[in-house]
Design a protein around this ligand. Structure first.
Ligand code: 13P
Ligand code: SF4
Length: 338
């Protein structure tokens, strides 16, 4: 119900979407297209979003691609179909633009595993270390960092740092261990992890592979070491999507969030993709990220219509967090184009 003295939009911005009725007659894709034009909005979606959201987006990508798009967009409104740290990164890059996230509760277990107060103490007790943080962390953590990285540029970023410089890497210990194994750098690791990528079962993975001996196992580096040891290819979501197109194998077992299968299937419809099994019982959708799945097409439509919820970042944190993100974008543009 409309509050007296408030416009409909103001009222929704205050109380959220709770009691908003959406007519089943409404074609949400058409409505989203109209709103996108009227508001000069761009919809950026991560590969882990549900298929219908990926299909309505202007751009679907991995964390690096999404931050590059956010850094270069001339849209007035950025609608981020992903999780909070991604939308927050877009806001840090565009402090004067409105950045919308369909559900503000779309967080990240990995970002949550690195609370700013304890990370600040950790950094202060290792003052000679350069602080490299994986983009899956809060703005406060980025503000305590020297360089940010994503899973697709982490190795290049670490290799760009002089060999004698000690490094703290946070928050993902699995990605950290993988980078150490690839670069030989002895980094100090924060003890964080992603609950989706830690849910894969190596025993079930091996027996699934034995049922599909002609398949290849591909894995995201947020997965545990024993999963990575079993993998034929390790890479970011964008890297995995490239690999299944280039490699001649017809069947892949995919160890990352299951939403990625949509883009893989679109790119190479004749190939077969099987989601890697999780440790829990066989009915559990453990390889779905519950945070990513909080976004729905309905919430995407409502957030564009009412321009809420919008992501906010404190000005002093935004200014400090911008630098390490810009360093990452610079290094990516320079080194990755080599
Ligand atoms: P990338 O997008 O870098 O592949 O990372 C995956 C992820 O976990 C995002 O939350
Ligand atoms: Fe965070 Fe893991 Fe979900 Fe990615 S998949 S958003 S790292 S909880």
């Amino acid at each position: 119900m409309l509050e007296i003295g408030a416009t409909e939009a103001e009222s929704v911005q205050k109380r959220g979407f709770l009691d908003i009725y959406i007519s089943p007659e409404l074609n949400l894709e058409d409505e989203i297209n109209k709103l996108r034009q009227d508001k000069n909005a761009v919809i950026l979606a991560h590969y882990y979003q549900e298929a219908i959201i990926q299909d309505v987006a202007d751009y679907v990508g991995d964390s690096l691609g999404l931050s590059q798009k956010a850094a270069n967009t001339d849209a007035d409104v950025i609608v981020f179909a992903g999780v909070h740290f991604m939308a927050e990164t877009a806001k840090i890059l565009n402090p004067n633009k409105k950045v919308l996230l369909p559900d503000l509760k779309a967080g990240c277990s990995l970002a949550d595993s690195c609370p700013p107060s304890s990370f600040s103490t950790f950094v202060k007790s290792n003052p000679e270390h350069l602080v490299v943080t994986y983009i899956n962390c809060s703005a406060e953590i980025k503000a305590l960092s020297d360089i940010v990285c994503t899973s697709s540029n982490a190795i290049k970023i670490i290799e760009s740092i002089p060999k004698d410089k000690p490094i703290i890497f946070a928050p993902d210990k699995n990605l950290g261990k993988y980078i150490i194994s690839q670069t030989g750098r002895d980094m100090l690791l924060w003890d964080g992890a992603c609950m989706v990528h830690e849910a894969f079962s190596i025993e079930k993975l091996i027996s699934l592979y034995n049922e599909h001996p002609n398949s290849k196992i591909i894995a995201h580096p947020e997965s545990e070491g024993h999963i990575l040891n079993a993998a034929n290819y390790i890479g970011s979501t964008a890297g995995m999507i490239d690999f299944v197109q280039i490699d001649s194998t017809e069947e892949f077992i995919v160890a990352t969030e299951v939403g990625i299968l949509h883009e893989m299937q679109k790119k190479v419809p004749h190939k077969k993709f099987i989601a890697a099994p999780s440790k829990e019982n066989n009915t559990c959708a453990c390889s779905e990220c519950g945070y990513m799945r909080l976004n729905t097409l309905e919430k995407l439509y409502l957030c564009m219509k009412y321009e809420t919820p919008a992501v906010a970042v404190d000005k002093s944190i935004q200014e400090r967090a911008l630098l390490p993100i810009e360093r990452m974008l610079d290094i990516s543009n320079r080194v990755l184009s080599d």
